[in-house]
Design a protein around this ligand. Structure first.
Ligand SMILES: O=C(O)c1cccc(C(=O)CC[C@H]2O[C@@H](n3cnc4c(=O)[nH]cnc43)[C@H](O)[C@@H]2O)c1
Length: 256
């Protein structure tokens, strides 16, 4: 009986602890603005963790990590945070990859939100005379992680986000030709970012579910950095997390 109670406490605590990994501090701070109240920085190898509070006495907000740009650094930083929490006996129950991103027009316009039902790495594999071969066709690993469908639905309903594939790329798309190539290979793609797959790999290694949400700052296509609407996308990210907070707080993987 005592054991059962302890197990249920552990399950509840694991289900409620959420780690949000962004690429850069500006994105982390945009998420943090949705969780006003005292926050503390917890040192970790790699990037420090910002522990937020909701301002309510009973609940804490997510831990936020500016995990770095690109899938490799994002995976390493996320894995550090997950391992530290697990070793401390207080593991995370969910990891969210969040940030600004490129949107495929016209489905994902500037300022809109995309929640991933598939987190797919677009450029992990080999080029051949016959085209690109994903790493899975070389006999290795995985190219897609799938967030829990009920959580994706709940997140999209709460935030008004579109649902589709979010691609992870190591090289930001900068031409119409590459955008068309990606679209042909991934017809369900709505957005691209540089970290989602790395964050998802780290989460999968720990057996923790993952979610990815992107606020569109620029179209995927010809590079025009001056036209990126970063401020609008960061504001959309803050608003999204304000609406997402109750979903993340109440989500229990055992309900799925
Ligand atoms: O300059 C700033 O003030 C600033 C503030 C917040 C974020 C940034 C970034 O440059 C973030 C880089 C981050 O954004 C993602 N991203 C955005 N657009 C794309 C894209 O078209 N293709 C791929 N990734 C994109 C990406 O995840 C980067 O890590 C600057």
């Amino acid at each position: 009986m005592v054991l059962q109670a302890e197990e249920s406490l552990i399950t509840t605590s694991a289900a409620r602890r959420v780690l949000v990994a962004t690429a850069v501090p500006a994105e982390r701070d945009a998420v943090a603005r949705a969780f006003p109240g005292p926050a503390e920085d917890v040192p970790l190898p790699g990037a420090p963790l910002r522990r937020t509070a909701t301002g309510r006495r009973t609940a804490t907000g997510p831990d936020l990590l500016a995990a770095g740009v690109g899938p490799a650094l994002a995976a390493a930083s996320t894995a550090s945070a997950l391992t530290a929490a697990a070793l401390a006996g207080d593991p995370y129950g969910l990891v969210v990859s969040a940030g600004i991103g490129g949107g495929f027009p016209p489905e994902a316009p500037l300022g809109s939100l995309v929640v991933a039902d598939a987190i797919t790495v677009a450029d992990l594999g080999a080029t051949t005379a016959d085209g690109f071969l994903p790493v899975t066709e070389l006999g290795f690993g995985t190219v897609t992680h799938r967030p829990p469908a009920p959580l994706v639905r709940a997140a999209a309903e709460a935030t008004g986000a579109r649902v589709g594939t979010v691609l992870t790329v190591s090289t930001v798309t900068g031409t119409s030709a590459r955008a068309a190539e990606l679209r042909a290979a991934h017809p369900d793609a709505l957005a691209e970012g540089m970290e989602g797959f790395g964050v998802a790999e780290a989460a999968a290694a720990h057996g923790v579910p993952v979610l990815e949400i992107r606020a569109v700052s620029n179209p995927v296509g010809p590079r025009d950095r001056a036209a990126w609407r970063i401020g609008d996308a960061l504001a959309a990210l803050t608003e999204a997390f304000g609406k997402l907070a109750p979903v993340l707080e109440s989500w229990n993987p055992h309900d799925d």
